[in-house]
Design a protein around this ligand. Structure first.
Ligand code: NAI
Length: 546
């Protein structure tokens, strides 16, 4: 029997309540409700953004664990982006660890379980090959000025997470908006699904990605080529940020595309600028200039090689030769010291190989090389032990220790360990946040050393200049701009980077520096602004109901 329906059973769609970019929920005024036919669909009381935010914060703080908080905020973003960004921006210190690292790592591992609503584009190397441009055109917004793309190959320090890696582009772009004021409607997160070699994901009945082995070799490169040229056709002026690809792909793609389109790899170049800025700050505490540093990099992947490349470029600006600069950077990877006698080194690592005896013993390396700084980006939790850090403290009055690996479980050591094992003398930064540490009578709040201090401002600077390419000099300028934002009071608290609350000021400074270089190097297509800082600040999206 036919169901009894009204004469027209299709529902009227209250579009204003469905589109997160325009929805204001209880923030719609009485007039708006009348003219947009929303009366009755909302409770009577009209609320301000501040009143709505108070409810959000109270509900958020009632959530029992970080992943529930992440899901609660994601649902809010899918409902009302203005309110989401208002809450995030007003409480950056509290929100960053939820919407980004470390919680985003857990969100990615659980993506197939917590998934609720689509956001961004999933482009499959199996279902969409040959039609990638068509899929890009399905993006419902007219513009995509910044694209963050991952192939899920190396998500944080968690390895191959396939299509679950989507949490990273979404998280990074939230930071573009929160930290640099790039409007949410022009930000496009993309997960390229090239399959996964993660057997437990492929066997998980809830896994949402392709259940195929990860594409490699020529088929992989051809798919990326199709993707990049589709991006150039559909969104010709976009900035393309490669994120969390595994290192074999990351370096190759950077070499292949960095001279032909406006793209960069944040794990390599963003980390480099952040790390260099951290060393400049550390040098203000230890009293040593950059050219005096001797740096032991533990981990020789995208992050640390990007860091070292930037350090070498900066040391050369300070008068050292390329060889002298490289000699100040020594690497260890999963197979021990990176030395010239090794035959297993890819090209991007071998440029840093030194003529030394091979060893896998980090303590011996510390004694022989006498580093002023030890930088962990190995993706191996607890890689630094007491023996190593007390050796650092014996050699240096103020040893520099960065434990950059994310999420928190992968940090090479905790902040507490770093202070305890160096009798409180360490100059410390970590990729994921740790609580403040009290050593004897003094409390330190070392804060995070994370590339989120760099990429949002870089993106904003590239947009300001209408840049056609991204250069290493832009990242050097970004590092200087970031370092200049660190105050004496920050250093006194043991912080090498500014507090998260000042993130938009950092983005303004970084953006102005990057745009300036774009103009100087001839990569800008827009007229130079008289006052780049003012231009950057006025460009920023501010979440409010107009
Ligand atoms: P990657 O996979 O490119 O490199 C990892 C490197 O660590 C490889 O050279 C590997 O041989 C080495 N390694 C593995 N086990 C080791 C061990 N026991 N001892 C010494 N080296 C070892 O990864 P990538 O992109 O360099 O990232 C590494 C870590 O750094 C990740 O946890 C990532 O989340 C973190 N990272 C942090 C950033 C920040 O802003 N704080 C930015 C980018 C990455």
């Amino acid at each position: 029997m036919a169901r009894i329906t009204g004469s027209d059973s299709s529902p009227r769609v209250a579009a204003e309540l469905c589109d997160p970019l325009i929805n204001r929920g209880t923030g719609f005024s009485a007039d708006d409700r009348r003219t947009r036919q929303l009366e009755g669909l909302l409770p009577p009381r009209v609320e301000s953004l501040v009143e709505q935010a108070a409810r959000v914060l109270s509900n958020l703080r009632d959530q029992h664990n970080p992943l529930d908080k992440y899901s609660y905020l994601s649902a809010l973003r899918d409902e009302n982006e203005t309110l989401f960004y208002h809450v995030v921006l007003d409480n950056l210190e509290e929100m960053l660890p939820i919407i980004y690292t470390p919680t985003v790592g857990e969100a990615c591992t659980q993506w197939s379980r917590i998934y609720e609503r689509p956001r961004g584009l999933y482009i499959s190397a199996f279902a969409h090959r040959g039609r990638v441009a068509e899929v890009l055109e399905n993006w419902p917004r007219p513009q995509a000025s910044v694209i963050v793309v991952t192939d899920g190959g190396r998500i944080l320090g968690l390895g191959d997470l396939g299509a679950n890696g989507m949490g990273i582009p979404i998280g990074k772009l939230s930071l573009y908006t929160a930290c640099a004021g790039i409007a949410p409607e022009i930000c496009l997160p993309i997960a390229l699904d090239v399959g996964t070699d993660n057997a437990s994901l492929r066997n998980d009945p809830l896994y949402l990605g392709e259940r195929q082995a990860r594409l490699t070799g020529a088929p992989y490169d051809e798919f990326i080529e199709e993707f990049v040229s589709a991006v150039q056709t559909v969104f010709p002026e976009t900035i393309l940020q490669f994120e969390d690809f595994n290192n074999a792909s990351a370096f190759r793609l950077l070499d292949r595309y960095s001279n032909t389109l406006c793209c960069f790899n944040d794990d390599v170049q963003g980390t480099g600028a952040m790390g260099l800025a951290g060393l400049y700050s550390a040098g203000r505490i230890t009293g040593q200039g950059l050219a005096e540093q001797r740096i032991l990099f533990v981990g020789a992947g995208e992050a640390n090689l990007g860091f070292a490349r930037t350090v070498v470029a900066a040391m050369q600006h300070e008068g050292l030769s390329a060889a002298q600069s490289k000699a100040r950077c020594l690497f260890m990877d999963s197979r021990g010291l990176v030395v010239t006698s090794r035959t297993d080194l890819p090209a991007w690592k071998s440029v840093f190989a030194q003529d030394r005896a091979h060893t896998t013993d980090t303590r011996t390396v510390i004694e022989d090389f006498a580093p002023t700084a030890i930088i962990g980006a190995s993706g191996v939790g607890a890689r630094f032990d007491e023996d190593m850090l007390s050796a650092m403290a014996r050699i240096n009055h103020r040893p520099i220790v960065f434990a950059l690996s994310n999420p928190t479980s992968k940090a090479e050591c905790t902040a507490e360990q770093a202070f305890a094992w160096t009798q409180g003398r360490v100059v410390f930064a970590s990729g994921s946040p740790f609580p403040p540490v009290t050593y004897e009578t003094q409390t330190y709040s070392p804060g995070q050393g994370n590339n989120f201090y760099v990429f949002p401002g870089v993106g904003l600077g590239l947009l300001l200049a209408g840049a056609t390419q991204v250069s290493d000099e832009m990242f050097l300028a970004a590092a200087h701009a970031l370092a200049d934002c660190v105050s004496a009071a920050d250093l006194e608290q043991g912080r090498l980077f500014p507090p998260a609350a000042g993130m938009r000021d950092v983005a303004v400074a970084v953006a102005a520096a990057v745009a300036d270089v774009a103009h100087a190097q001839g990569y800008a297509t827009r007229q130079p602004e008289q006052d780049l800082c003012a231009a950057a600040a006025s460009y920023m999206y501010v979440p409010h109901y107009s």
